[in-house]
Design a protein around this ligand. Sequence first.
Ligand code: EPZ
Length: 421
Amino acid sequence: MDKYLINGGIPLKGKVKASGAKNSALALMPATLLSSGKNIIRNTPEVNDIFTMKKLLTFMGADVSFENHVLEIDTDSLNTQVAPYEHVKKMRASVYVLGPLLARYGYTKVSMPGGCAWGPRPINLHLEAMEKLGAKIELEEGYIIAECKKLQGAKIHFDIPSVGATGNALMASVLAKGSTQITNAAIEPEITLLAEYLKDMGAHIDGVGTSTLEIEGVDELKAAEVENISDRIEAGTLLIAGAITKGEVEVETTNVNHLTSVLKKLEKSGVKVFLKNNIININASELSIKNVNVDTSVYPGFPTDMQAQWTAFMCLADGISRVTDNIYFDRFKHVPELNRLGASIEVDKNSAIISGVNQLKGAKVMSTDLRASASLVLAGLAAEGTTEVLRIYHIDRGYQKLEEKLRSLGADIQRVDTEEF
Ligand code: EPZ
């Protein structure tokens, strides 16, 4: 078991490159179940969620290799369409195999995903979309059993523009018979990239990048290559590391426009933001942090995956800030841990009310989920003295060698082995 030891108070300075996006790679990998032949996915982050998805596809019989951030996946040798609990319980995104398996094999048995640290996360929208496409869905002993000889195109409307459900519906519909229209679809960059990848495989999709996707089913898809985008959430986390330590940081990312909502809030807090090609430069030296409220929303709004990180930043702002999560109403497990570092935050329904303090003080804190852990690291980088962040296996799910990236910016952070849990 590892923990981080952080000696805070050092303004971060320098340039760092964001790794490939975890959440888009987690959609691109199951998409390879739809095609014959060897698929290649480049710029894939070496993080545990990717290894979990690799293990699941390998368990099913796919031939998966992962070297130097390049995935090679050939699913022709698949010998089961079952995604067992042992795999799915580790990561909700495993449910992404539902649509492609149903589309290519007409059958799948996928364990219901567990909840996350911040409560249940339903998949009703995924299942309703599969039923709209003609699948028979049964729930049996914690498993979803989905069957349909040949999916039929349909009109699918999402009441909530769910990222995962949009991905599953899109991957199911590309091999369905006839036309499918998906309305109120998610428009996150990972969905846009998934659609572009499916088109490179031979899928017929119109409206890519918009909330209305029109798909004309085809009989088969061929393997293709795709270059993954940078992780906008990691990039945003690294920018806040520069801001909260009053430093000056440059983050290289494939598309600076994927972070517009976060950059606007950083500017409002008084941080100077400069964009040049695929570099985001922030200067927070001599910054007196202004309090800035945030309401998370679907893309291109402020991402829920940056909510905990922004909350950490506002701990040192002048005055009171309100951070409301409109996507997940109970994603606040980081709050009691931030308060252990001297923050002054209260949770009121799905909002954190943060009264800015002059200084955070190092302490021992515990990670509870991926983004909560990132917020504790950010607070530790700014806190006086030493902060110990326990259970950083949460961080390793979605950040590749975060301590190395932060050390390259001058942070005093070490990963150490510990018996503590
Ligand atoms: C994706 O999860 C991301 N994960 C999450 O990132 C991210 O927080 C989330 O999108 C929102 O942006 C991956 O891409 C692997 P949703 P997903 O379906 O697809 C409700 C991280 O930190 N909902 O868009 O599961 C749901 O409860 C992770 O990297 C239903 O009600 O999110 C939530 O309130 C955490 N029924 C809202 O929709 C459903 O069937 C958005 O969820 C599906 C979702």
